[in-house]
Design a protein around this ligand. Structure first.
Ligand code: FAD
Length: 412
């Protein structure tokens, strides 16, 4: 389909910004609405996997993400009290040069936002979207948007436009972006975690810098049940620090940076998969289409893949309805596979179960070192299972190049 149509996107997150930029570059007139006064990122940091980097390369942004981010070679975890290694996924098991990029959410947002502005996307902040009808968004103050040929829901986990609310998961996590300690003994290229059964988890993820002059940082997280958040807030922060120390004493340089409860943000997780990303008069991308816990680190990648698939369908398939159907087909298998994997893996790391962590520690852990399991786990983490790039008309080579080669950016 040729450019020139008007698209309204609700949500200025990863999915909305990536889609808006791709469509604006293809000649569409794009307006993005967000309830925030000034668009801003929420949360700490995340891993952009090779498939997500391939989409950033299509946007011409992979080089910048690599400059600001941190190379992630390995996901590594030990369980207490035995200190056994129960998670050890190495990207190189799949490809010697493969890796993810740990990135500060703020840095990823700035990169995507600048690209959207440069592509000519219009922004309407302070717009609380409540509904969509007849080609218009309806806002909380009772007003309506202009009319659009296409409405896109990129409102994330709690989208009021999504036809299904999703199942809130018992466990979420406290998150903070903290400065990377010099000589702390942490691996600057690994996501590291420590567990007590599946009830306790503390993690450190290198996420690079917010900008050239900013310090190197880590996303620091602590697993917590949503129902225990009030009790945590009402207890001294020192009690919590003692608990973290008892699980992973070496985190002291991070704990020293936490002064009050307000230095940590609680994120709760929801599991939802729509049977199709198409509802009446609206198309869903990113977390509004499907969301889950971040155990597999795929949400932002999914959002980027959705954005690329939808823009590819809209700009290459004749007819709006046909293009939307093509988008839904492109994203179905990959979405179903990863939602199933996440549904299976999440309680292994975050639940009250005694059986699942026992199986993890004594059966799955040892098995994960026997070929071809390391290769399968690496493929799962990179986001490559289900061949999402081929499904949306991009080459698997794009993912390899995007994480590794300075010349990977392919955008004009
Ligand atoms: C703690 C945590 C860690 C994660 N780690 C990873 C990881 O390592 N790797 C990975 O790939 N993914 C990770 N994810 C998932 C990833 O962050 C999400 O999947 C991704 O941000 C989804 O992008 P999105 O654009 O769909 O939604 P979002 O990025 O959430 O953007 C939604 C936008 O909509 C706006 N909005 C919401 N409601 C309204 C409304 N009613 N009206 C107007 N505007 C509204 C919000 O202000 C926001 O700007 C993690 C998520 C969490 C919570």
């Amino acid at each position: 389909m040729r450019g020139g149509l008007d698209v309204g996107i609700a949500g200025c997150g990863v999915a909305g910004l990536a889609l808006g930029t791709l469509l604006a570059k293809a000649g569409w007139r794009v307006t993005i609405y967000d309830r925030l006064e000034k668009p801003a990122p929420l949360g700490s940091g995340l891993i952009v996997q090779p498939v997500g980097m391939a989409v950033l390369a299509k946007l011409g942004l992979a080089g910048r993400a690599r400059e600001l981010g941190a190379r992630i070679d390995r996901l590594f975890g030990r369980v207490l009290p035995t200190d056994r290694v129960v998670l050890d996924v190495r990207y190189r098991a799949l490809d010697p040069l493969s890796h993810g990029i740990g990135v500060h959410r703020g840095a990823l947002f700035e990169i995507l936002f600048a690209a959207a502005v440069a592509a000519g996307v219009a922004f309407e902040p302070h717009r609380d979207v409540r509904a969509a009808k007849s080609g218009r968004f309806q806002f909380a103050d009772g007003s309506e948007s202009a009319h659009f040929h296409l409405l896109v829901d990129a409102l994330g986990v709690r989208s009021p436009l999504s036809p299904k609310a999703g199942r809130p998961l018992a466990y979420g996590a406290l998150w903070a972006s903290l400065d990377w300690p010099d000589g702390g003994g942490f691996d600057a290229h690994a996501l590291e975690q420590r567990y007590v059964a599946a009830r306790r988890m503390v993690g450190v993820l290198p996420i690079g810098r917010l900008g050239e002059q900013a310090p190197q940082q880590a996303a620091f997280f602590w697993s917590l049940k949503g129902g225990d958040l009030g009790a945590w807030r009402n207890t001294s922060i020192d009690v919590w620090k003692d608990e973290v120390r008892s699980v992973w004493p070496q985190t002291e340089p991070f704990l020293a940076q936490v002064k009050t409860h307000n230095d940590l943000v609680f994120a709760n997780y929801t599991h939802r998969t729509l049977a199709t990303p198409l509802s009446r008069g609206i198309v869903h991308v990113g977390d509004s289409f499907r969301c889950t816990s971040p155990q597999l680190g795929q949400g932002a990648n999914m959002a980027l893949l959705d954005a690329f698939a939808l823009s590819h369908a809209l700009t290459s398939v004749r007819g709006l309805d046909e293009a939307l159907e093509a988008y839904a087909r492109m994203r179905l298998t990959h979405t179903q596979l990863y939602q199933l994997a996440s549904w299976l893996f999440t309680p292994v790391y975050q639940s009250d179960s005694s059986m699942l962590p026992f199986l993890r520690d004594w059966i799955a852990g040892p098995l994960s070192r026997i070929p071809p399991v390391p290769q399968i786990l690496a493929a799962l983490v990179t986001g490559a299972i289900g061949s999402p790039l081929q499904a949306i008309g991009a080459e698997p080579m794009d993912a390899r190049a995007a994480t590794m080669l300075p010349s990977a950016d392919v955008s004009s």
